[in-house]
Design a protein around this ligand. Structure first.
Ligand SMILES: C[S@@+](CC[C@H](N)C(=O)[O-])C[C@H]1O[C@@H](n2cnc3c(N)ncnc32)[C@H](O)[C@@H]1O
Length: 416
């Protein structure tokens, strides 16, 4: 053992690693790849194009993505499949857990994908194990487990292409209300215990919590209620994690010269979603966007994760696709978009449930007609012409539709 391996930090790193060796996360069965592709955020190819490349990225050209802390492979499999469907893009997977790497690799093999390389090691050693540059980096649910998340972000920044961007997920502090006191209580009560005994005792404690307990009262967090030891362990037995408020996420990112291009789902970061009184909405709208996001987080209280895209601030003004000219093409994020559009013809009201919060959002009249014309090929100009409306009238209605559908992360944009 090298002398450095004895330092407290190295030991703590080893504990984090051993957790993910024992409980690869999230639990996945490679055989399931034959039946379905799991899509999610961050790192859906259409989101990457929308939030990082202004909708202008041509994926029929070379594209290199790093999945840092890829776990059992959700983002790796999704993005590798989506890139393979469009061109020569490749994915580089890195994780400290060999058990997780094995599962991710088996999933990639089950799909016969040939555009992924696997590297065992820490994202802190990227220069040695998987050097850049990368057009895009995914780091989902990883930085908050590092001893020094800023050092991890710095390591990613070093291998990111100047014109590239990243999709990240960090835990949300308010939405995880109750998690950290329970982690602390379990840590003390299970001192000296290991493995199954520790897990069993922790489960018994959680089963017997009084109604006043904040974790029990928190409808946003439910992994401890599943029959899933990896999920329970990740939530309550983790040796090291921390959570962030929106301003803390922003401070961490801007410290490395990154600008946040969007949080997913945007509607959850918009104070207007939660406010009825026009005067309050008006006052919120007068504030900088990041303050609006922070207010939304404070009001909603249930943002247990922050999924977001960043780019180097030098190209922060051009990275986000905007519905600002007739050449932009609206597209559904997922394949069920057209079916969703047909349902809109019956009702202008969309009902959603986000982590214990029921939301009901209204679209303007005629939204169904617009939605049915969206096929990922027609531009805004084409749709305007098909509806026989002038640009100003069409655009005003489209903006209202877009605010809701993009807000729910159902609709994105690309350039023609
Ligand atoms: C909660 S899991 C998330 C997995 C995956 N990103 C996802 O979202 O499904 C965290 C992962 O980060 C990995 N990890 C933790 N520290 C790491 C490090 N320093 N370098 C690379 N991977 C790391 C763990 O092994 C684990 O697979």
């Amino acid at each position: 053992m090298a002398p450095d391996d004895d330092t407290p930090r190295e030991n703590a790193d080893a504990v984090v690693r051993s957790q993910y060796e024992a409980h690869p996360y999230p639990p996945r069965d490679p055989d399931d790849e034959r039946q379905r592709l799991i899509t999610g955020s961050p790192s859906h190819i259409r989101e990457i194009n929308h939030y990082v490349f202004g909708g202008k990225r041509d994926f029929s050209k070379p594209f290199r993505a790093l999945i840092a802390g890829g776990g059992t492979g959700d983002a790796t499999v999704m993005l590798a499949q989506q890139l393979a469907d469009q061109g020569p893009g490749e994915v580089v997977y890195v994780d400290i857990s060999e058990a997780s790497l094995k599962i991710a690799k088996a999933r990639v093999q089950a799909r016969n994908l040939r555009n992924v390389s696997f590297h065992h090691g820490s994202l802190l050693d990227l220069e040695d194990i998987a050097p850049g540059p990368y057009d895009y980096i995914d780091c989902c649910g990883v930085l908050h487990h590092l001893a020094d998340p800023a050092a991890g972000l710095g390591a990613l920044e070093e291998v990111l292409e100047e014109n590239g961007g990243m999709g990240l997920m960090l835990y949300g502090a308010l939405g995880r209300t109750g998690v950290y006191p329970m982690q602390e209580a379990i840590r003390k009560l299970t001192m000296g215990m290991e493995g199954g005994d520790r897990l069993a005792l922790a489960r018994r404690l959680v089963d017997s919590l009084p109604d006043s307990n904040w974790l029990k009262k928190n409808p946003a967090v439910g992994d401890h209620l599943l029959d899933d030891d990896a999920a329970f362990t990740d939530l309550l037995l983790h040796s090291r994690d921390r959570a962030y408020t929106v301003p803390e996420v922003d401070a961490l990112m801007s410290g490395f010269g990154f600008t946040i291009m969007g949080f997913i789902e945007p509607v959850r970061y918009d104070p207007a979603t939660y406010l009825d009184e026009e005067a309050l909405v008006g006052r919120a709208r007068d504030l900088p966007w990041m303050d609006q996001c922070a207010i939304a987080e404070s009001i909603a209280g249930n943002l247990k994760t922050h999924v977001f895209y960043v780019v180097p601030s030098s190209h922060g003004t051009t990275a986000l696709a905007q519905a600002d000219n007739p050449g932009m093409v609206p597209l559904w994020r997922d394949d069920d978009g057209p079916a969703f559009a047909r349902r809109l013809s019956g009702s202008n009201r969309i009902k959603m449930n986000f982590d214990g919060l029921a939301l009901s959002l209204d679209l303007p009249d005629g939204a169904g007609k617009v939605a049915e014309l969206i096929n990922g090929e027609r531009s805004l100009g084409d749709i305007q012409a098909a509806l026989n409306q002038d640009w100003i009238t069409f655009k005003a209605r489209f903006d209202r539709i877009y605010r809701v559908l993009n807000g729910l992360n159902l609709m994105l944009l690309k350039a023609e």
